[in-house]
Design a protein around this ligand. Structure first.
Ligand SMILES: [Zn+2]
Length: 60
């Protein structure tokens, strides 16, 4: 799988509203979006941000 012309990458994300973890697209311009609506949390308007794996485990 090669996608050299994409300016986004998959990352671990968390919803600022509910704290749910899900996979997101992290765009180079700072935009963060769930890779799939079905993959994200159940908030009407999720506000995801990228998290480091370390942060995830610490917060557990
Ligand atoms: Zn949420």
């Amino acid at each position: 799988m090669t996608s050299s012309n994409e300016n986004r990458e998959k990352a671990a994300g968390i919803c600022n509203d509910c704290g749910e973890l899900f996979t997101v697209w992290a765009w180079q311009d700072g935009t963060v979006r769930p890779v799939s609506p079905h993959n994200a949390c159940s908030c009407p308007e999720p506000s995801p941000r990228v998290v480091d794996e370390e942060e995830v485990f610490e917060g557990g």
